[in-house]
Design a protein around this ligand. Structure first.
Ligand SMILES: Nc1ncnc2c1ncn2[C@@H]1O[C@H](COP(=O)(O)OP(=O)(O)O)[C@@H](O)[C@H]1O
Ligand SMILES: [Mg+2]
Length: 467
């Protein structure tokens, strides 16, 4: 006779069905190890019947039998099990309650109801609550197969989850890698962008230094002239040398050029400041949570840091909605999407340019509010997307570019950021030989947030400005 909460070791021949040769699952019982079964049953005869049925089926089991709520509680708190078998009605306790308790702790452990009385409705109810299966005591022969199936399903579930976790990890790593890669290439571009104004600031300051040197002599003579005039001792020799000094210094020229040099230097400093600020805004370090941002400004910063990527092939036309309300988004990730689309647009234009003529293409970036949504359009006058590629461009690793130019990650990341992380959409319109426009739509706010208009620049053209 079986005792309450008694452990009975029942080693029989190792089952050849419990393992499928796949031994990588971390918490799936191995064939060599006996299956640890928690058996909730208040009838001694039934308990014995169930356990002997299993032993005779050829498996290897360690049973822990419990009969009441308290014993069940104690067992699941203190021990680990591979499987739970439970009667349906148990005096003041019942299988369904036991099932709900265990599901709060573990979603995976197989739970099979073994009952003499279970009706169709109860059976459905138990499956809804997370039972793996139910077996009538009159049909106990089905039990070993049901256990096998339950264990296999659990193994599959765990391995699916593991694969999904691995996929997510890989996606995060890829995104990180792409971000690093683009920051690397942007850094080179930004260095170049900063180098140009820094150079002419330096040239201008050297010009101002030399000019000041040339001004010294006339200024000194000017002082002597004033003194001589006051003392009434103005002699022609002093006048002659003052006149000569003015001529030598070419005062007219200096008076015209020096203010220009100062002005240009200040513009250069402005330019450097703008680039550095844009770089900071582009990367948005630490903005892991959605924040309300001025999307026009975000896009403008991204265009500035990416300028070296497009300026040789395209003029840029921005057409920003001046009344665009702040948009709730992940600014760092959103900027990465804009960057990916701009680089693609520049590549598509670059492919079609005639090296003989210096004519550039056009990239147009447009923002608009459309009800509760914001729409961003990035259009290019490039090659267009060939029919055969259209269905694949959002797939990870799909690229038509040479190694070093493309990795096929740009649009896959764009879709994941826009669709999965912002609940938006991304699509494109394309015509071979004419160009492509990518259209992004994201909701302006998450939940009925107040919307305030933002002041932003209207249409303006970049790309022909100094470089
Ligand atoms: N604006 C565009 N014009 C033409 N083709 C494009 C454009 N954007 C993307 N594509 C096509 O989609 C492919 C995938 O783009 P993407 O995911 O950014 O990867 P990558 O740019 O590294 O190739 C590109 O190789 C290109 O063939
Ligand atoms: Mg790309």
């Amino acid at each position: 006779m079986l005792q309450t909460a008694d452990k009975i070791d029942c080693f029989s021949l190792p089952s050849d069905e419990s393992g499928d040769g796949n031994t990588t699952y971390f918490d799936v019982p191995q064939p060599a190890k006996p299956l640890r079964v928690l058996h909730l049953e208040d009838d001694d005869q039934d308990a014995e019947l169930v356990q002997t049925t299993l032993i005779h089926s050829g498996g290897s089991y360690v049973f822990t039998r419990v009969q009441s709520r308290e014993e069940f509680q104690a067992a699941i708190t203190n021990q680990e099990f591979d499987l739970i078998l439970s009667d349906y009605g148990l005096g003041d306790f019942d299988g369904l309650t036991a099932l709900r308790q265990i599901r709060r702790i573990s979603a995976d452990i197989p739970f099979i109801l073994v009952s003499g009385t279970i009706g169709e409705e109860q059976a459905i109810e138990s499956l809804k609550s997370g039972a793996t299966d139910y077996i009538l005591k009159t049909r106990l022969a089905r039990l070993p197969a049901a256990i096998d199936r339950a264990l296999k399903e659990m193994a599959e579930r765990i391995s699916r989850r593991k694969a999904e976790t691995e996929r997510q990890m890989m996606e995060i790593q890829l995104r990180q890698a792409q971000k690093l890669e683009s920051i690397g290439r942007l850094a080179a571009g930004v260095a170049h962008e900063i180098n140009t104004p820094t150079q002419y600031i330096g040239d201008n300051i050297m010009f101002i230094r030399d000019s000041l040197g040339e001004l010294m002599s006339p200024l000194r003579l000017f002082g002597q002239l004033v003194q001589a005039a006051r003392d009434n001792k103005l002699d022609p020799e002093l006048l002659d040398s003052a006149e000569a000094a003015i001529k030598t210094a070419d005062l007219d020229y200096l008076m015209e050029e020096m203010p220009k040099a100062v002005e240009q230097s200040l513009q250069g400093v402005d330019r450097v400041t703008k680039i550095v600020r844009a770089m900071k805004e582009f990367s948005h370090p630490g903005a892991a949570e959605k924040t309300k941002v001025d999307l026009n400004h975000c896009i403008d910063s991204t265009l500035t840091v990416a300028r070296n990527e497009w300026k040789y092939v395209a003029n840029l036309v921005t057409d920003f909605d001046p009344n665009l309300p702040p948009v709730t988004c992940l600014p760092g990730e959103f900027n990465q999407v804009i960057l990916n689309l701009i680089i693609n647009a520049a590549h598509a234009i670059g492919d079609t340019l005639n090296p003989q003529t210096s004519e550039k293409g056009t990239i147009t970036v447009r923002t608009r509010q459309d009800g509760d949504w914001v729409e961003v359009r990035i259009g290019d006058t490039g090659s267009g997307i060939p029919e055969a590629a259209r269905a694949k461009i959002f797939e990870p690793f799909f690229t038509t570019k040479s190694v070093g130019k493309g990795t096929g990650q740009g649009l896959a990341i764009a879709r994941s950021v826009i669709v999965d992380k912002h609940g938006g959409t991304i699509r494109f319109e394309t015509e071979l030989g004419k160009g492509t426009t990518f259209i992004i739509r994201i909701p302006i706010s998450s939940k009925g947030e107040r919307q305030m208009p933002v002041q932003e620049s209207n249409q303006h053209i970049q790309g022909n400005s100094h470089s």
